[in-house]
Design a protein around this ligand. Structure first.
Ligand SMILES: *Cc1c(COP(=O)(O)O)cnc(C)c1O
Length: 350
């Protein structure tokens, strides 16, 4: 049998075995402890609803998934795998929480840290010399830089470094880093995977089952296990992942082209694919005006939901200073593209 399309996997994976009267959906099992003698035992180690979500995300990425209570819990589990004193190579601008945490670990003497332009493959290869872990994010948040994943991963492996790819912006619909050779894929399930801005979740998917067990150990001992209810909601969201991403991507392409021709927009950052884009306006006041005048878009942080969101990233004190002050990040949802455009047009009008 040929391998099903991603959209089919998103609908079918992680469901209970088919037998008479079996429920179509994995049940929510609210239990912290299980009767001794089986493989579950305790919900920080394993739990039925979590395992169903892990089967689904693992199938989407083509590996073995461990789910977490948030993307940051997942990120911290990966950071904890770095041996003491090991060097991490990370993007110059990455998701703020990840960048902050890597600097904290460096300042505490726990890791070494080198940062690189993810779009510069030669710089990545040089930086990986002697490193323990290459931390890629592609496209990057919020500058939308794209890495040459197969090349960066091969160069890192040649230096003996492990590779994790934060693929939150791309989703498995648009990018599957394990098939490009990555050791680990990281997701903020909070974002496009769950897709409805109603939960926090994270996932780490490993190509190698032994490495997956190491990741699982980090959840067991760092404690970032997700709730059964959130796992259920995430699965419900993922069922429509391909539809949502295809629709939002089609709209993002239209909006990127129209915004590039708009007189109030100085620069559009859009790699040509995906559901996220960034625009640069004249100044912070223009950004604040846009944020306060939108009616269909919402001024809010986060991304990947059915509803379109925008925000000025530098309003966060810990955002990288190399991110332009007047940069607005736009997360395109599944509303009609003409409604989204009309709203931006009226909000950007002089
Ligand atoms: C949001 C985000 C995270 C962190 O995920 P949380 O679920 O908010 O903890 C990590 N990486 C990227 C790219 C993100 O957008």
């Amino acid at each position: 049998m040929s391998v099903p399309d991603l959209s089919t996997i998103a609908v079918h994976a992680g469901r209970p075995e088919r037998s008479p009267d079996a429920p179509l959906n994995a049940p929510i099992v609210p239990a912290s402890s299980f009767v001794a003698g089986g493989p579950m035992e305790y919900a920080r180690d394993a739990a039925p609803t979590t395992e169903a979500l892990e089967a689904l995300i693992g199938a989407l990425e083509g590996g073995h998934a461990t789910c977490f209570a948030s993307g940051m819990a997942a990120a911290n589990a990966v950071m904890d795998l770095v041996p003491p004193g090991g060097t991490v190579v990370a993007p110059n601008e990455a998701y703020t929480g990840v960048a902050v945490r890597l600097r904290e670990l460096r300042d505490a003497g726990r890791i070494g840290l080198r940062t690189v332009d993810v779009a510069d493959a030669a710089a990545i290869a040089r930086a990986c010399d002697g490193a323990a872990l290459l931390w890629l994010e592609s496209p990057t948040n919020p500058l939308m830089d794209v890495a040459d994943l197969p090349r960066a991963i091969a160069d890192a492996h040649a230096s003996g470094a492990r590779v994790v790819v934060d693929s939150t912006f791309a989703t498995p619909v648009l990018q599957r880093p394990l098939s490009d050779g990555a050791d680990l894929v990281l997701h903020s399930v909070t974002k496009a995977l769950a897709g409805h801005s109603d939960l926090l979740g994270g996932a780490v998917v490993a190509a190698d089952p032994v490495l997956a067990e190491e990741v699982r150990g980090r959840r067991v001992f760092l404690g970032g296990a997700p709730s059964a209810f959130d796992c259920y909601l995430a699965m419900r969201g993922i069922r429509t992942l391909a539809l949502r991403v295809e629709r939002a991507q089609a709209s993002a392409q239209v909006l990127a082209a129209r915004l590039a021709a708009h007189p109030a927009v100085q620069r559009v950052r859009y790699p040509g694919w995906g559901t996220m884009l960034a625009i640069e306006l004249a100044d912070v006041a223009a950004c604040d005006a846009l944020a306060s005048r939108v009616r269909t878009w919402t001024h809010a942080t986060s991304l990947g939901g059915v509803e379109s969101l925008l925000e000025r990233r530098r309003r966060w004190a810990k955002e990288a200073p190399s991110v332009p002050e007047a940069l607005m990040r736009l997360s395109v949802g599944i509303e009609h593209v003409e409604d989204l455009w009309r709203d931006l047009e009226q909000a950007l009008a002089p």
